[in-house]
Design a protein around this ligand. Structure first.
Ligand code: G
Ligand code: G
Ligand code: MN
Ligand code: NA
Length: 255
């Protein structure tokens, strides 16, 4: 497959980079986390978003290699911010693909990279799309336990969009729940979305999870979330995914 071949050679080149989208506590406006998001600058096709190539990595043996590149790059960037910004107090969120999480060496590799970059596990949160988690509950549970041992948090991403959201909440110990942007986009206009988000807020409280809304694009959505008690949010209304140096400037004045 041509995409696979192309991706394989791009992982070692300078074709990949990360952008970072801030997550804000809407009560204070302070940035509480940043999510690393992968971009591929293809020599012929231009800038590619993860949707167009992540599945290729996942269906081949490239998931681990790509995932390792992402983790090392994000950790290196975080370590740099840490050295540049006194009193830095934001969590680094990194997306992890299913194959990566249940890989034999995954938890050990995270421990190794934390050590290499001098990062406290408590400053890192790995995001797992709920669709991805289902395949192997036992191995996923073992991985989450190992990560908890390192102090690393785990988020269930795109919550509500998969077919076993509630089963996974029951079976697996997450730290953070990110509401899928599908339910946020029309929040304020849609009684159905309002009912769903309300019940997710209750769920998150019951399970003692940190709650984050994704895809906040309008003042209306933001206000509704605040009213419901969901304070943390990510979305174009607040910040777009940004290059690392722009995030640094934001983090410097983040107080
Ligand atoms: O950046 P963008 O909004 O286009 O991301 C689209 C999807 O790709 C999101 O669901 C996100 O979780 C996923 N994604 C972004 N970066 C990474 C990454 O580094 N690794 C994995 N596995 N998924 C990613
Ligand atoms: O699934 P995940 O949360 O990892 O996806 C993150 C993706 O969501 C990023 O690629 C980012 O570009 C996209 N995104 C972030 N904020 C918004 C938003 O407000 N609206 C929409 N439509 N997409 C967003
Ligand atoms: Mn994510
Ligand atoms: Na998501």
């Amino acid at each position: 497959d041509i995409v696979e071949l192309s991706l394989r050679s791009s992982i070692s080149d300078d074709c990949l980079h990360l952008v970072y989208q801030p997550e804000v506590d809407m009560r204070s406006g302070v940035i509480v986390a940043v999510e690393a998001l992968l971009r591929w600058e293809h020599p012929l096709l231009g800038l590619l978003m993860p949707e167009s190539f992540i599945h290729v990595a996942e269906s081949t043996n490239l998931a681990t290699e790509l995932g390792t590149w992402v983790i090392r790059s994000a950790f290196r960037q975080y370590a740099q911010w840490w050295s540049e910004i006194a009193g830095l107090d934001v969590v680094l969120r990194v997306n992890v693909s299913p194959g990566q999480l249940v890989g034999a060496d995954f938890v050990d590799s995270i421990a190794r990279e934390l050590g290499e970059y001098g990062i406290d596990g408590g400053n890192v949160c790995l995001e797992i799309t709920e669709n991805a988690v289902v395949s192997d509950v036992d191995r996923t549970r073992r991985a989450l336990r190992g990560l908890a041992g390192l102090g690393v948090q785990v988020a269930i991403d795109d919550f509500g969009s998969g077919y076993s959201s509630l089963a996974q909440l029951k079976q697996l110990q997450f730290d953070v729940l990110k509401i899928d942007r599908e339910f946020i986009r029309d929040l304020g206009d849609s009684p159905a979305d309002l009912a769903i988000v309300k019940s997710i807020v209750t769920l998150a409280k019951s399970f003692d999870l940190i709650l984050v809304a994704e895809g906040v694009e309008t003042e209306m959505a933001a206000r509704t979330l605040l009213d419901l008690g969901c304070y943390r949010a990510q979305g174009f209304l607040l910040h777009r995914p940004l290059p690392a140096d722009m995030v640094r400037d934001l983090l410097i004045t983040n107080r």
